[in-house]
Design a binder for this molecule. Sequence first.
Ligand SMILES: [Zn+2]
Ligand SMILES: [Zn+2]
Length: 244
Amino acid sequence: MKQFFLTARLGLSFARELCFPLGCALCGMPLLKPYEARRGLCSACASLFELDLDEQRCERCGKPLISETKICIPCRTMAEAPAFDRAFALYPYTGKWRQLLGAYKFGSHRPLAQFFAEKLCRAADAFLDNSNDWEWTPVPARAGKVKEKGWDQIETIAHVLKNAHHMPVRQTLKRLQSDSQKELGREKRLTNLKGRIVSLAPASRNVILFDDVYTTGSTLNVCAGVLKAAGAERVYGLCLFYGQ
Ligand SMILES: [Zn+2]
Ligand SMILES: [Zn+2]
């Protein structure tokens, strides 16, 4: 039933774009071509978000390397290695990239879920051997957050990954009631989340754990730990944006 409502809602936002256009999520120009309306972005703006998959990134957290080689300094100085094997985030959480996420989360540009799902698939394809053998699991949203916003942005992307890209997606994790992570420092984030993320079922062997923004990696770390305790052998964290 939930799947039906998600499909219906995405269909409605597509139909609304045709009848009462919101326009491009970035420049506001009318989206005249069906594939532009489907993704919520005009072709010119979409071309600003080409992925640079050759950029030198940290082999652990996936953030760009500045003068380091292979592993960034914050990862090297971490007390213990994170539970995920590797993480990667597509875009910096600044400027036009941040604007794009804002348009999606707060501006009702829901067709952007299509655009984000396409990019996530592309990154998974580029980085993982046999990416089809990996199961996708979204980081679960705080229950209160979904109520506040009225919809779950990551779940909508999960829905597109499953239905438009035919990816094996499963909501393996559940978040029990916890305080918002946003205002907390790294240590507090970890303790705040520990024990609040639970696995609903045994995990698959290879899991792509995906989320919107990667900051300290605490959320991915806790989720990956739960997935590994539930039987996952490899967990690859994939996020849309990385922040500081
Ligand atoms: Zn545009
Ligand atoms: Zn790193």
